[in-house]
Design a binder for this molecule. Sequence first.
Ligand SMILES: [Zn+2]
Length: 132
Amino acid sequence: MHEWALAEAILTSAKEIAEKENLKEVTEVNIRVGELQQVEPPILRFALSQMKTDPFTKAKFRILKAKSTLKCRVCGTTWAFNLKKLDKNTAEAIHFVPEVAHSYVKCPKCGSPDFEIVSGRGVWLENIKGVK
Ligand SMILES: [Zn+2]
């Protein structure tokens, strides 16, 4: 259900931007979703299509993935986390419970499993396009 709340928040902030930029009609809304965020893009897309009103009636909603970056708490190394490098079951487990990542992922430099997620969580509005 949280995709619906998310869709509402996205539409609210997109509308504020559209008003600030004096857009009469919005043609494109680009949304970035962190790779480790528990969001199902098809559900989010559906929610957006059901909830959109003026000035989004003709807008295309694009949901893009954001890469995640991890940082080791022991040695400070940061590295890009790639879900595709993991086997499918592990990737699925991490997708649904990001905390699980700690049991599978280790620092490439010192091998410590103690790291923080620097980016890869959260949902944000990348930009919107429209006509004035
Ligand atoms: Zn380390």
